[in-house]
Design a protein around this ligand. Sequence first.
Ligand SMILES: O=C(O)CCC(=O)C(=O)O
Ligand SMILES: [Fe+2]
Length: 346
Amino acid sequence: MPHHSPHPPSTIPVIDISQPSHHVARHVLDAASTHGFLYIKNDGVTIPPDDIAAMFKLSNDFFHAPKEQKAEYAIHSAKAGGTNRGWVSMQGEALDPAGQKQGDPKEAFNIAPPQPTLQPLPAPFSSNTALITRFQTSCHALCTRILSLLGTALQVPDQQYFSTRHDHSHGHSGTILRMLYYPKTLMPGNEASEGATSIRAGAHSDYGSLTLLFRLPGQAGLELQTSAGWIPVPVNPNEEDMVEPPILVNIGDLLCYWTNGMLKSTVHRVTFSGGEERYSMAYFCHPLDDVELTAVPSRTIDEFGEKGKEELMSQKRRLGLSEHGSDEVITAKGHLDRRLKLTYGI
Ligand SMILES: O=C(O)CCC(=O)C(=O)O
Ligand SMILES: [Fe+2]
């Protein structure tokens, strides 16, 4: 067979993790180290499709509320419960500060895990806290299962190494559920730009350890960066044989550090033409604040050797870390604070 581009979109696998085994664990690790992206088959139980649909409905209602109402719960404000919580306005953040002049044309609303109750929320989130909490809990349960599979495949002696370090009952973390809204950007009467695509979320890698991404059928636009250029990540890669779209999972910066670059924190972005609005939801799973991101004890990583070095170095360059040397120990909180500073200037 002729050699094609290294990672055509169809090669991001859809993995069924309902029967965990060494084979399944290996499959998850392979995808995480080759692409940094994988799909998990939605078994209809782990994250109930009705909850996903209900969350999208809340998002739709919230983002269509008057601007003044949303602005009351501005990101980082006391009213919104503090740092990294609340509403991000259009162009309120730049995910690729070096590569873009203006902020991303999108809005967002960040919801932290209950501690033990949810942060102060505007309508309609405020009257749906049971749904939101259930959704967060099921997202976290899925992340824990994926982290356990990674522990198995990496042959970490303590197979719950990752999952216990993400256990919210043991402390605070940067975990955040983010509702995203990309409004129409076309002005009426400006049909000339109808077909023009624009960047709606700048090129970036995610800050946490794992991200779960929920999108709606027909609302494509996510692309990931490969050596062959930007490739699209479809909402549903196997339209015919699946009722529920699978859940997209990607590896964030922290798992890249933790595995000496074996797991890839792949750069991605969102582009589409401005004529339609788009919704997505991301569950950014983070380790507990004081977790140190030194390489985990793992035979698999030892055997992988220096092959992850380039991945790790390119990530450090992206974050402007290279000048601090490669031995600096970073904590989960230290890393998040650095990224938030770059994104928001706080
Ligand atoms: O909206 C999307 O599809 C992706 C958003 C994203 O990558 C992010 O918010 O980190
Ligand atoms: Fe992202």
